[in-house]
Design a protein around this ligand. Structure first.
Ligand SMILES: *Cc1c(COP(=O)(O)O)cnc(C)c1O
Length: 341
C-alpha cells in the first residue's frame, strides 16, 4: 500500500461523487445554459453571502482572474513573500496583469494590518499605484496557518482608508473555517473577492470558484473567456464540486486530527530537528544536520510513503480524503521501523 502525502490534490473522486457526476444535467456553459454549473455558482455565492460566483478550471486561474479584474497595468499588489499567487503561479501577476508586487515578511504566510499600511505607496507619480491586498488562508508555504479574523478586519479597515481592494486566496478556506468555526459568509464579508479550490481537501477532481459581487463576477467572466477557461458541458465537473461542498467539508476535521498525529510521530524521530505547530492538514518539519530532505524522502519512498521537499532540509506532508485510518497506522509502523534505529 502506497501512502501518498505529497498533496491534498491527489485524491480521486469517491463512488458517491462519481455517481453525482454521471447523473449531472448539462448544457453549454459558455451560453450560460449548464444547469449544474449554474447550481454550483449559486450555491457558492449563497454559502459565502455574496451576489455571484464563477466556476474556473483551476485555483491559479481563479486567483489570476481576480488580480486581473482588480488591477491595471503598473499597479501594485501587496502580499506575503510566500504567497501562492507570487511563487507558484508562473509569474502570472506580471504576465497577465502587468502589475508589480510588494512582498511582506509575514508570520507563516499571514501578514498584519500594520505591515500592509507601511507598504502602501505614497500617491505621487514616482510610485506604482498600490491597488490590491491579497491574503492566503490557509497558507500553503506557511504550513496551513490561518488568519485571526480580528486581523483581517484591521486589514480591511486599512484597505477602506486607502481605497484598496482585498482578495483572499482561499484554496484551503474550509480548512481554516473548520478550525475557527466561523461561517463562510461572516468570513467573506470584508473581501472583494474569494477564490476557493474544490480540488484540494474537498476532493473534487477539477475546479475552483471565484466569489464576489455581481459587477466583479461579470468582469471575471470576461477574463475567464480571455484566459481560455470558459468550458462547455462543464456540469459533469461542477457536479463533483456540488457533491464536495455537500459532503466533504465536515470531514476536514479528520484530516486535521490525522495531521496532528503525523506531526507527533515525526517530531519524535531522531532525524527531525523541529516541527511547525500543526494547525490544519499540512505538516512541515526541518531535519537535523547531516540529513537532507532528498535523503529523507528517498528513505520514505522505499517504505511506500511519499512526501514533498519544501527546502533543502524541510519536508512537507499533507493529509487528505484518501488518507485512511489504516494508512495512519501503517505510517506509524513503517516510519518508526525505518527511522528510529
Ligand atoms: C493549490 C493552491 C492554489 C491553486 O492551485 P491550482 O493547482 O491551480 O488549482 C492556489 N493557492 C494556494 C494557496 C494553493 O495551495
Amino acid at each position: 500500500m502506497i501512502i501518498d502525502l505529497r498533496s491534498d490534490t491527489l485524491t480521486r473522486p469517491t463512488q458517491g461523487m462519481l455517481e453525482a457526476m454521471f447523473a449531472a444535467q448539462v448544457g453549454d456553459d459558455v451560453f450560460g445554459e449548464d444547469p449544474t454549473v449554474n447550481a454550483l455558482e449559486n450555491k457558492a455565492s449563497q454559502l459565502f453571502g455574496k451576489e455571484a460566483a464563477l466556476y474556473t478550471p483551476s485555483g491559479t486561474m481563479a486567483n489570476q482572474i481576480a488580480i486581473k479584474v482588480h488591477t491595471n497595468a503598473g499597479d501594485e499588489v501587496i502580499c506575503d513573500q510566500t504567497a501562492h499567487i507570487y511563487n507558484f503561479e508562473g509569474g502570472g501577476i506580471a504576465l497577465n496583469s502587468s502589475a508589480s508586487v510588494r512582498l511582506l515578511k509575514g508570520n507563516r504566510g499571514c501578514i498584519t494590518a500594520e505591515d500592509v499600511e507601511e507598504n502602501i505607496n505614497p500617491s505621487d507619480f514616482h510610485h506604482a499605484k498600490t491597488k490590491l491586498v491579497a491574503l492566503e488562508n490557509t497558507t500553503n508555504k506557511g504550513g496551513g496557518a490561518y488568519y485571526n479574523f480580528a486581523e483581517v478586519e484591521k486589514i480591511k479597515a486599512i484597505c477602506l482608508k486607502y481605497n484598496l481592494k482585498l482578495h483572499v486566496d482561499g484554496a484551503r478556506i474550509f480548512n481554516a473555517l473548520t478550525e475557527t468555526g466561523q461561517n463562510p459568509s461572516d468570513f467573506a464579508q470584508p473581501f472583494d473577492s474569494i477564490s476557493v479550490c474544490l480540488s484540494k481537501g474537498l476532493g473534487a477532481p477539477v475546479g475552483s470558484l471565484i466569489i464576489g459581487n455581481k459587477q466583479f463576477i461579470d468582469e471575471a467572466r470576461r477574463f475567464r473567456k480571455v484566459f481560455g477557461g470558459a468550458m462547455r458541458q462543464a456540469g459533469y465537473l461542477a457536479a463533483a464540486g456540488i457533491y464536495a461542498l455537500d459532503n466533504h467539508i465536515e470531514r476536514l476535521a479528520q484530516d486535521h486530527l490525522n495531521a496532528r498525529i503525523i506531526g507527533d510521530i515525526v517530531s519524535a524521530l531522531p532525524q527531525v530537528k523541529n516541527l511547525l505547530p500543526v494547525l490544519t492538514n499540512i505538516v512541515i518539519f526541518n531535519l537535523k544536520e547531516g540529513m537532507t530532505s532528498a535523503d529523507f524522502l528517498k528513505k520514505m519512498k522505499e517504505i511506500g510513503i511519499l512526501g514533498s521537499s519544501f527546502g533543502k532540509q524541510t519536508v512537507r506532508l499533507v493529509t487528505h480524503l484518501d488518507f485512511t485510518t489504516e494508512m495512519l497506522n501503517e505510517f506509524e509502523k513503517r516510519i518508526k521501523n525505518t527511522f528510529c534505529q
